[in-house]
Design a protein around this ligand. Structure first.
Ligand code: ATP
Ligand code: MG
Length: 139
C-alpha cells in the first residue's frame, strides 16, 4: 500500500554535512521524497512537535538539541513507507540499532540520533500537516 511518512534530518546530521548521505539511503531504499525544506526550528515549533514527550525527563534537552541547528523536514512516499523508513532508521538508541541502519552508521547518541520518522500513518498525517501545506507536497 502506498503511504506517506514524515522525516526530519536532525541538527547533529546537518552539522556534520550528512544530509546527502542520509537522503541517498532513503532513495536507495525505494522511498520517494515528495516534499522537502531546510529550516531552523523555533522553540515553540520543537515543543509542539514533541508535545507527546513533554512529561519525559529528556524533553527539555531534546528541545534544546532540536533547535541547536538547521534541520531538513521531508515527506517520504512509497509502499509501507512508515514501517520501511523506521526499519532503515534503526532503533532510537544507536547502540541498539541494527547494522546498516542510518542511526547505527551516523547517530552520535540516543538524543542526537540523526533522524526522526513517524511511528504510524496517523501520526505521519499530523506531522506532515504541522510542517507542510498541501500544495507543498508534490507526489
Ligand atoms: P523519533 O520520534 O525522533 O523518530 P523514536 O520514535 O525512535 O524517535 P521517541 O521515543 O519518539 O523515539 O523519542 C523521540 C526522540 O527523543 C528520540 O529520537 C531522541 O532524539 C529523544 N530521546 C528518546 N529517548 C531518549 C532518552 N532516553 N534520552 C535522551 N533523548 C531521548
Ligand atoms: Mg517517535
Amino acid at each position: 500500500m502506498t503511504e506517506r511518512t514524515f522525516s526530519i534530518i536532525k541538527p547533529d546530521a546537518t552539522r556534520r554535512n550528512l544530509t546527502g548521505k542520509i537522503i541517498d539511503r532513503l532513495e536507495t531504499s525505494g522511498l520517494r521524497i515528495v516534499a522537502q525544506k531546510r529550516m531552523w526550528l523555533s522553540q515553540k515549533q520543537a515543543e509542539g512537535f514533541y508535545a507527546v514527550h513533554k512529561e519525559r525527563p529528556f524533553f527539555h534537552d531534546l528541545v534544546k538539541f532540536m533547535t541547536s541547528g538547521p534541520v531538513v523536514v521531508q515527506v517520504l512516499e512509497g509502499a509501507n513507507a512508515v514501517a520501511k523508513y523506521r526499519e532503515i532508521m534503526g532503533a532510537t538508541d544507536p547502540k541498539k540499532a541494527n547494522p546498516g541502519t542510518i542511526r547505527k552508521d551516523f547517530a552520535e547518541s540516543i538524543e542526537a540520533n540523526s533522524v526522526h520518522g513517524s511511528d504510524s500513518a496517523e501520526n505521519a498525517a499530523i506531522e506532515i500537516r504541522y510542517f507542510f501545506a498541501d500544495t507543498e507536497v508534490v507526489g
